[in-house]
Each structure stands twice: as C-alpha cells, then as structure tokens.
Design a protein around this ligand. Structure first.
Ligand code: FPP
Length: 258
C-alpha cells in the first residue's frame, strides 16, 4: 500500500464516485500524425496511467476502462496481437504504479479468451493488488454487455434447473448477482472519447442511470485537463433516477435530466 494523499476537488456539486470510460480514437490519433494505428494504442497507455493516477488521487471509488471488446477480436490479427502484447506488458509494468496509488485491479469479461501469458500476468496483478484499499481499477477485456447478460442468463437457468434459484424470486438484485462483478457500484459518470455518440455494448445494465459525457478529444490526448472538464460537467448535473426534484437550484435548472 502506498502513502498517497487523497485530494478531492470542490466543484460545487456532486462528485462521480464511480467512473467508466469508453477509450476511443487511438487509431484516429495515430492516422492524423501519419503513424501506424497501433502506435495510437501504445500512446493510449500513457493516458490510462495518467487517468488512473488522477482518479486514485481524487478518491474515485471505481474506474472502469473499456480496453478490449468481444467485437475487437474481428480486427486484423497483427492489431489484436499488438493489443494483447500491450496488455501483457501493462500488467507487469504498472504494478509499482498500482501499488504506490493503493489501486486494486479487477478484470471483467470473457477472460478465458485472452492469450495464456496475458491471463497469467493479469491474475498475478489482481492477486498482488487484492489487499489495496484505494480505488478499484476495472479493465473490461474481451467484454461485451450482451455476452455478459447471456452468460448471466445461462448460469441462472442452470441454477433454476438444479433447484438453487427460484424463478419466482428473480428481481433486479438477483440478476445483478449473476453479472461479472456484482460488487462494484454502477458508474455515476460514463465518458466516451473521440466524439462518437454511442455505447458500443458497454455495461448496458450498469449504465441505466449513468450521466454521459462525450469528449471530442481522442483517447491518447485525454489527460487530467479533459478529465476535470468531465467531472466539472457532472457536478452541474441533477440526477433524478426517474423521480422528481422539487428543489433544483435555479442555476442548474437547464441541466435537469430524466
Ligand atoms: C479504440 O480505439 C480503442 C481500443 C479498441 C483499445 C483501447 C486500448 C488501449 C487504450 C490500450 C490498451 C489498454 C490497456 C489497459 C492495456 P480505436 O482503435 O477504435 O480508434 P479509432 O476509432 O480512431 O480507429
């Protein structure tokens, strides 16, 4: 465990305890610079490091990063191989930073799809950081929300057939219990970089009431300044979770959300 200090900015409104990010635009960042796409992924690691460290230092509870989707296996095999190599290196090289910042790593997705060496290093880093009590960094790897829901339904049916689950008792809480990581709270804020207005099969169950923030900046350029913009924007939102807010401050009345 490190001796890092937590300093939470006061932005005059609520702070997003749980943040999720769709890290998009690595390829475009590289192409704009006439570089190979994979160099955008490499530069993206520097953003992962900076955003993880910044979030940990602000006392964020969980940061979930969409690092590789189930659909990403369709990319050309040299790009997939490069990403798996980056992931394996990341798992080894980031260990000191994770420990210094008291960060606990947890991965979600169909992790058995990953190459054996990546999976081995990942499990070792999860094990090493298990006792860290600061921020939880969740990496979504070979992750797809429809796959997660399909996996959950299959396990629920198996338990129902064996008598371990009463179909009549199924409610939101019991469905959640079958998701990959039921303990981590739902994201308060979902950020997407590189300007696209879509969710791309990410945490569909968990983001039901998340606030969305889309940044035009490509992921390799998304750093502290851009993160603070997203957090400041969140602080001005009014969350109602489908209910009513009778006392919305006048200066925030234009930002009422459903
Ligand atoms: C989207 O950019 C990004 C990805 C598919 C992978 C994200 C991976 C990283 C940031 C690096 C690896 C991370 C870890 C934690 C090991 P894109 O290629 O779709 O960009 P484009 O839309 O501009 O083509």
């Amino acid at each position: 465990m490190g001796d890092h200090k937590i300093e939470r900015p006061d932005l005059g409104g609520p702070f997003p305890e749980n943040i999720a990010i769709i890290m998009d635009g690595n390829g475009r960042w590289a192409q704009k610079r006439k570089l190979r796409r994979v160099l955008g992924h490499r530069e993206g690691i520097a953003s992962v490091r900076e955003i993880t460290t910044e979030c940990a230092s602000m006392g964020v509870t969980s940061l979930t990063l969409y690092a590789f989707s189930v659909e990403n296996w369709k990319r050309p095999s040299p790009e997939v191989r490069f990403l798996m190599k980056l992931l394996t290196e990341f798992m080894v090289e980031e260990r000191p930073t994770l420990m210094e910042n008291d960060v606990q790593l947890r991965c979600i997705g169909r992790l058995d799809d990953l190459p054996a060496d990546a999976l081995r290093e990942l499990r070792e880093t999860e094990e090493l950081t298990r006792g860290n009590g600061g921020m939880r960094l969740r990496l979504a790897l070979s992750y797809g929300s429809r796959t997660e829901l399909g996996d959950a339904v299959r396990r629920m049916c198996t338990d129902a057939v064996s008598g371990g689950l009463d179909p009549e008792s199924i409610d939101e809480d019991s469905i959640r219990a079958y998701l990959y990581d039921p303990e981590t709270p739902d994201p308060d804020l979902l950020i997407r970089t590189a300007g696209e207005m879509r969710i791309s099969n990410f945490l569909l169950w968990q983001i039901s009431y998340s606030e969305l923030f889309v940044s035009d900046v490509c992921w390799p350029e998304f750093r502290r300044k851009e993160l603070m913009e997203a957090i400041a924007c969140y602080a001005r939102r009014v969350r109602k979770f489908g209910g009513l807010v009778s006392d919305v401050p006048p200066d925030r009345s234009t930002e009422r959300t459903a």
